[in-house]
Design a binder for this molecule. Sequence first.
Ligand SMILES: [Zn+2]
Length: 412
Amino acid sequence: MGSHRRKSCRVCSGSDLRSVLDLGAQPCANALPADPKDFETEARYPLELFICEGCAHLQLIDVVDPEELFGHYLYLTGTSSTMRRHFERYAKAMTERCGLAPGARVVEVASNDGCLLAGFQAEGAQVLGIEPARNVAEQARASGVETLSLFFDEDCARTVREERGAFDLAVANNVLAHVDDPLGFLKGLRRLVEPRGRVVVEVPWAGQMFDKLEFDTIYHEHLSCFLAGPLGALIRRAGMAVEEYWHKPVHGGTLRLLLSPSDEGQHAAPFRKLVETENARGLHDTRSWEAFAEKAIGLRDALTDLLENEHEAGRVVAGYGAPAKGNTLLNFCGIGPERLAFTVDKNPLKAGRWTPGSHIPIFPPEVIEERKPDLLLILPWNLAEEIMEQEDSHRARGGRFLIPIPEPRILT
Ligand SMILES: [Zn+2]
């Protein structure tokens, strides 16, 4: 248990790393205390964003032990209906795009509760999940998705390939940013599918984080914030090329890349164009990210002022959701139970616990009906529409909603 600080960039191995945004020492965003007794022993680790002045890769260099981060992951993808619909569409689109015939072999790394693989099963594929969080892997198996409880790296890829043969498609959804050795991870994905299969990778795109001031998507799990420039260089080093990419709105701006093993080839023209656009917009410049950090500090001041005003006016503010991003925001802004009375979450693994660091109690959503807060701070702002629709009785009795990002705004 613990953390270590890297000395070099995890994309280019360069050592010219510059701090751009210090979010303070924070507990792991998914380590939700189950008891107030746990508050005192809560471990905190630096949460600080660096840019590599060599290749412009944005990254955390303080690496928390994976077992501490992922051993009991509480995020179940199937929890949100927006996510479920996203995965059904994802499986259908990739089956069509890759021309997968019935019986095609699909493997997913960090397959979570098997929600996406179930979508591929519905399309006729034979599926295998690889998921390190044991409790989550168990849930996937219970729902009929064969899942190995393994931590994926190059060695794991070699073993799975030897035992199971080549796959037609390997999917890695929102996990590349979580690994300390993304090069080894991509090489492992290549090994699962070579010579003819394909790889689909989804990562949050840091360009959107920049545009929408989504600094709260930085947490200890997200060791990398990928821009297309450094990511493209990494993919080439892993012996693959981008065939096609899509920019998706899920999770606040996701880049989906279709890759194929290629020792010589270059990335498809549209992807190269995206890299050029990033460059032209200054996204590869340290100065742009320093300006981003100044704006994040401005948002913190605006949000804390707003909550203080609500408090002074005697109004009750509660949260909606306890996502990892919410914890970064609450801890960075120093918001605790004196400003946010409680929060609620649909995930039964979260309700009954407390938010890490900020120690706000998490209840099931029904508590909104009982306690009738005046204002709901929506922490998973990417699901704001779904939540506001669902909480229409809160609105009907005059309750308002507060969306924190890209600037705090109140909706009635
Ligand atoms: Zn670098």
